[in-house]
Write a protein that binds this ligand. Structure first.
Ligand SMILES: Cc1cc2nc3c(=O)[nH]c(=O)nc-3n(C[C@H](O)[C@H](O)[C@H](O)COP(=O)(O)OP(=O)(O)OC[C@H]3O[C@@H](n4cnc5c(N)ncnc54)[C@H](O)[C@@H]3O)c2cc1C
Length: 448
């Protein structure tokens, strides 16, 4: 299917850059502009930018497992993974005895990746078997079993973004603009009085406008400000901490597999550059913010949605969760100060599926978002799926998961509190500013 001549992508993360790469290849006659609010790409506050991201085909869902395997092949054997951008160190997925859901996820995931990776995937039926794979971890490790997939790895996330931007720069056909999009512009009744309003471009903060025939919002956790996504997607803040380690510690830990515990959500990716990262995949913190309801013309109405707050540290609650995990994994690091902590933002949908779809109420408005904490690994392949969806040729298995009308919160979910894909843990309604206030109070009392 032909796409219109002028396409504007908003956002320079995984979804935006990967889409630009696929559009350049498949629709070379289209004029592609990408606008990003950060002064440079990689944007250090973007969700796609960090020291590392897990690259795994280990999914309980067979569809994601297959797509992730296609991505893993690209990371492994093309320039995507060259120059240290991909390290195949393995992934150790573990579960404790008291978490049937984590065990069920691990078992389904094991079956899926065993079918793909064969002997690379080894079932570990007991704690003893797990510790044989990761000898430096403490005997206190509360796990009942798991499996290791030596075919999984991790990517240097900032370097991957730099690489994708570099491919587009080298080709020289994509126009990059810096600016924060304030709103999408629409024209009403362009083709007939009853036609849907048509997106005609965007207005930037400061008043400048950019015209386009097709606007693609790849704005990650910020998307809820530009389109009303209540009930479809919510920004949740996730905790990350980094610990400085010595050369000897780096040597000891650098070749271990990444450990991921779906019962606690804690994962630890092997260190690079004497920095050990520990993070938590959880329901996360929300940051309710009042913004105008987006739409064709300003209505004066406002809504409350969770939007990213960047540059803030991990609250005490999160630090304590990391120290509890370290007490089991690497007890000698329990009291070591964190060199840095960060809240990184997921754009969560009710089921953890991506949102890759035209907006049903407007012509010329497309969304490529809803990363739900697991989209980075798909960087080399997701742009092709986005363009398939734009052309109307996306395979039914993904169309049924990623299309606007298919993304519906369960009855038990509220507008911004979703169950996810069954891989989340922790408090379900933590509010970032309350947790930060608690942290400050504890510091004043001298608890910290
Ligand atoms: C802590 C953490 C750990 C993760 N771990 C993994 C992992 O191990 N493996 C994995 O596969 N995935 C992982 N993910 C998920 C993955 O990183 C994300 O799903 C993916 O990076 C999202 O990409 P994006 O393009 O949607 O968002 P982003 O990278 O955030 O890009 C959106 C861009 O849009 C820009 N933007 C927003 N609003 C505007 C505006 N109004 N105007 C102009 N520009 C705008 C932003 O500045 C930003 O640069 C993790 C995510 C986090 C936060």
């Amino acid at each position: 299917m032909a796409l219109p001549p002028k396409i504007l992508i908003v956002g320079g993360g995984v979804f935006g850059l990967s889409t630009a790469l696929s559009l350049r290849e498949r629709h070379p006659a289209s004029q592609i502009t990408l606008v990003e609010s950060a002064s440079a790409i990689p944007n250090p506050h973007g969700s796609s930018v960090d020291t590392s991201r897990i690259v795994r085909a280990d999914y309980a869902s067979a569809a994601y497992s297959r797509l992730a395997n296609a991505a893993v092949q690209r990371w492994r054997s093309t320039s995507w993974g060259a120059d240290g951008r991909y390290t195949q160190n393995g992934l150790l997925l573990v579960y404790p005895s008291d978490s049937p859901s984590a065990q069920a996820y691990a078992r389904k995931s094991y079956a899926n990746v065993r079918a793909i990776e064969g002997e690379n995937v080894v079932f570990l039926p007991s704690q003893k078997d797990v510790l044989r794979v990761v000898p430096p971890y403490g005997e206190e490790l509360d796990v009942a079993g798991g499996y290791v997939n030596w075919g999984s790895g991790w990517s240097d996330a900032a370097a991957g973004v730099r690489f994708a931007k570099g491919l587009l720069d080298a080709e020289g056909k994509t126009v990059f603009r810096t600016g924060e999009v304030e709103r999408v512009l629409f024209e009403e009744g362009a083709s007939s009085p009853h036609a849907k309003p048509k997106a005609t471009g965007v207005a930037l903060v400061g008043g400048e406008t950019i015209e386009a025939d097709l606007v693609v919002l790849a704005t990650g956790a910020w998307t809820g400000k530009l389109v009303d996504l209540r009930g479809k997607a919510v920004a949740t803040g996730q905790a990350i901490a980094y610990i400085k380690i010595s050369d000897a510690e780096q040597k000891e830990l650098e070749n271990l597999p990444t450990i991921l515990n779906f019962a606690t959500g804690i994962f630890m990716i092997p260190p690079r550059g004497n920095l050990l990262k520990i993070a938590r995949h959880a329901y996360g913190y929300r940051n309710p913010t009042t913004v105008p309801v987006p739409g064709v013309s300003p209505s004066g109405q406002t809504m409350q949605v969770s939007l990213p707050e960047t540059g803030v540290p991990v609250p005490l609650e999160g630090e304590e969760a990391f120290r509890d995990a370290l007490r089991q994994l690497l007890p000698r690091f329990v009291n070591r100060p964190f060199a840095e902590t960060r809240i990184c933002w997921y754009m969560d949908t009710p089921t953890g599926d991506f949102l890759v779809s035209y907006h049903p109420e407007y012509e010329g408005l497309f969304l490529a978002t809803g990363g739900s904490g697991h989209a980075y690994k798909f960087f080399p392949v997701i742009g092709d799926k986005v363009v398939d969806a734009m052309e109307g040729t996306l395979e039914p298995e993904f169309r049924d998961l990623w299309t606007w009308n298919e993304i519906v919160a369960q009855k038990t979910d509220t507008d911004d509190l979703f169950d996810g894909d069954g891989s989340r843990t922790g408090a379900r309604n933590a509010i970032l500013k309350d947790e930060l206030a608690r942290t400050k109070k504890a510091a004043r009392k001298g608890v910290l």
